[in-house]
Design a protein around this ligand. Structure first.
Ligand code: GLN
Length: 548
């Protein structure tokens, strides 16, 4: 008789947070994913967000930080960026689910009549839908699914999520699911003491709803002494060896996985889940971290001219991608974030003097646009390496149209509906849309790069795929005039209809793209366009690049 293969089971890890927000749950989840991947396991990640927006797509970056876009076109939380960068995998729509999405599904179902006769309630209907979202990660191609619960234990709005993971683990059993609680052990300077009480209380809150953490990860500023570790174990009901310390890392968040590996967190996890502890291959990651922390002789300074520069998280992936490129080139990176409205007030030269390269990122709305256009002009005229991304490319086209192609008053219809030269205009399929949520041109689309262009050389490929998030595009009626004036349309959609990338061949390095390369840059695989920008900028500091 043929022996039956044992049925594949996807194991689950649930990560909750306690005491305060911003503890770095995302980085911890991402670090665990990296370790498990490097032990040869297939991992999927997911973040459950307790807010009512269906997705963060319509939120201001000031509210929420960057909106991260997945290949399949979901607008998601920036923690997914950490997931992708650490674990080098591609997230999907299933990787970020909000309360709003859950409620929308349940309410739509109620309107269809699917619950006829029933009262629709948080328990079981909302919690069932949350469990469906968790279960959607299961598959023959997934060994371990990691679900991070947004918010902090004790928040009213995260209660249904906690109840759902409690039920879920009850159903799959402790050999198939583990609770990891991330908590804060603060240091009180006046008392010169580390305090474990907040963690005890936060575990107490979880216990009240029936969750007993299997593993406690303690964020702390200073090393925890044995007395703290055993106290936490005793009062939080966690095995002493499963109280893990996650101290503030000195130089780079990419050290976190190494710290967790040092304490063998991944080994414990695998043992508790009954999975084979395979060899851990961290050499490449370790070497990368060494390159990050090693002193770098040369340094270049890149200005990022945006309108949310006061919040570091608003351009998270861009800053990370610049870092990856700088590490790959072995040059130090100084970032100069500049508010484009400040350029409008004080002039480009006052703010951009001395930089080696300029990046204009994506954005929406007309605030600060003229400042961005002035920054593009500054880069173009002085031969400063330039990378424009999405809105940044649109600004580059407007600047070139106005100042080189002689199209006075050229603009995007987004900022000036009655411009005489709408060089950037609304995409045809956007014209009759009523809803703003989730209706942009989103996700990965193929792009064809023209032979002999800088973009094609940077990628070393003619066909690429990149992620998008926009409503406006280059107006094809202006293509000829832009090209006649010297702009090269280096990338288009395969059918040639949409301009996806432009460049200026006479300039040392002036490249812009309609898509968002920052989302696919990885620590060990810096993105070609960021490598191009930083390489050209670093070349200037070394005095090797062509000067204007
Ligand atoms: N606002 C522009 C558009 O919708 C650019 C979008 C972006 O930069 N992500 O096309």
């Amino acid at each position: 008789m043929k022996k039956q293969e044992p049925k594949h089971v996807t194991k689950h890890l649930f990560i909750t947070g306690g005491v305060v927000s911003s503890l770095g749950k995302g980085i911890t989840a991402a670090s665990i994913a990296l370790l498990l991947r490097q032990r040869g396991y297939r991992v999927r990640l997911q973040k459950l967000d307790p807010y009512i927006n269906v997705d963060p797509g319509t939120m201001s970056p000031y509210e929420h930080g960057e909106v991260f876009v997945t290949d399949d076109g979901a607008e998601t939380d920036l923690d997914l960026g950490h997931y992708e960068r650490f674990a080098d995998l591609s997230c999907s729509r299933a990787s970020n689910v909000t309360s709003g999405r859950i409620y929308l599904t349940v309410i739509e179902r109620e309107r269809r009549g699917d619950y006829l006769g029933k009262t629709v309630q948080v328990i079981p209907h909302i919690t069932d839908e949350i469990k469906n979202a968790i279960r959607s990660l299961d598959g023959d191609d997934v060994d371990i699914a990691i679900t991070e619960i947004g918010g902090t234990a004790g928040d009213i709005e995260s209660l249904p999520f906690l109840e759902a993971i409690r039920q879920y683990r009850q159903e799959i059993g402790p050999q198939n699911g583990l609770f990891i609680h991330l908590t804060l052990v603060p240091y009180l300077r006046a008392a010169q003491e580390m305090k474990t009480k907040p963690s005890q209380q936060s575990v107490g809150i979880l216990r009240e709803i029936g969750i007993i953490p299997d593993i406690l990860i303690c964020r702390c500023e200073h090393a925890l002494g044995e007395e703290h570790l055993s106290k936490l174990a005793l009062f939080c009901n966690v095995r002493r060896d499963l109280v893990i310390e996650e101290r503030d890392v000195a130089q780079t968040i990419y050290e976190v996985p190494l710290e967790l590996a040092r304490q063998e967190l991944d080994t414990y996890l695998l043992e508790m889940l009954g999975l084979h502890v395979r060899e851990l291959r961290l050499e490449a990651w370790r070497a990368f971290v060494q390159r990050v922390v090693a002193p770098r002789e040369r340094t270049c300074e890149i200005a990022v001219v945006g309108k949310y520069t006061r919040l570091k998280d608003a351009y998270k992936s861009i800053y990370e991608a610049l870092d990856h490129a700088a590490v790959a080139h072995g040059v130090g990176l100084r970032l100069r974030p500049i508010e484009s409205t400040d350029i409008e007030a004080r002039g480009a030269a006052a703010l951009l003097d001395g930089v080696d390269g300029i990046l204009v990122p994506g954005g929406f709305g007309d605030r600060g646009i003229e400042g961005k256009i002035a920054a593009v002009a500054y880069a173009r005229e002085r031969g400063l390496p330039f990378l424009g991304i999405c809105l940044g490319m649109q600004c580059a086209v407007i600047e070139f149209a106005r100042h080189v192609a002689g199209l006075e008053g050229a603009n995007s219809q987004e900022f000036d509906a009655s411009t005489p030269h709408p060089v950037i205009h609304l995409m045809a399929e956007q014209e009759h849309l009523e809803n703003l949520g989730g209706t942009m041109r989103l996700g990965a689309w193929p792009c064809r790069l023209a032979d002999g262009t800088r973009a094609a050389a940077a990628y070393g490929a003619a066909e690429i795929s990149e992620r998008h998030r926009h409503r406006y595009e280059v107006n094809n009626d202006y293509r000829e005039r832009l090209e006649a004036a010297g702009m090269v349309l280096s990338g288009t959609s395969p059918d040639g209809r949409l301009v996806e990338a432009i460049e200026l061949p006479e300039h040392p390095w002036f490249v812009a793209c309609q898509f968002h390369p920052e989302f696919t840059s990885r620590p060990l695989k810096a993105h070609p366009l960021f490598l191009g920008l930083v390489g050209a900028a670093a070349g200037r500091t070394a005095g090797t690049a062509a000067k204007p």
